[in-house]
Design a protein around this ligand. Sequence first.
Ligand code: GUN
Length: 296
Amino acid sequence: MSAKLIDGKAIASDLHSQLTEEVKVLVADGIRPGLAVVLVGDNPASMSYVTAKERACDKIGIYSRDLRLPGDTSQEKLLELIEELNIDPQINGILVQLPLPDGFDEETVINAISPDKDVDGFHPVSIGRLVLNLDGFIPCTPHGVIKMLEASGAKIEGSDIVIVGRSRIVGAPLANLLFRKAPGGNATVTVCHTRTKNMAEKVRQADIVIAATGRPNTVTADMVKKGATVIDVGVNRIEDASKKRGYRLVGDVDFDAVKEVAGAISPVPGGVGPLTISMLLWNTVASARMAGTKNS
Ligand code: GUN
């Protein structure tokens, strides 16, 4: 039997309708949310992500400022730009697209962004607040995964969840969100990584499997319990001469085989990706609301 498909595009579209209404209310109050998107260099995947983020802002009425810098920009210049954006009243969120070209220290760059405008949720203040279960910006992809699970009807609370991958952007914050005592949390979470023993055995116990390794076919059908919900965070470019652009996108899950075992599964593309953008817009709107409240 084939699994139910979790349609990220449809879930994102519902969230965008809701956010469009919220932006209208803010604009009527004289507050237009503003996002600065900074891209250094010409990494093709980063360029297409950044374009998608700016398009989504335009669609829901968020002001977006497109700041593209050449790959040989100095770190000092980038830090100066971030300082300007930190104090710019038109800007409520600052996103510096990662990875930065060689020679940049991402830690220093992320730390330079004001925690009040950290809509990516990557600043140590945001991560600290998340771990302490305090309100703050939640990283967009982990937040999108939770929205996706909720929209699919999967029960998070009390479930056994296995996350494969412990990255700072996805696996580590997602584990904290899923086990914390809060809505969208209260699960029992296992994080598997490159040093995990008997990974297949652990994944087979899971009611919900989340794959976020950046490696195709990390999760195969023999590793998935019948009826489990499977969320695929991976976006991998695979060479494919039959495609006009020369590649196709696949996730970290062996989709065709796993869909025969799982109860529900998210596709790539059209799964978590659109939700990552939705949660960026969500954080930008929340930031504008907070700035408006502070100023009034
Ligand atoms: N690179 C890949 N994903 C992300 C993201 O969510 N935010 C930023 N800033 N860079 C990324």
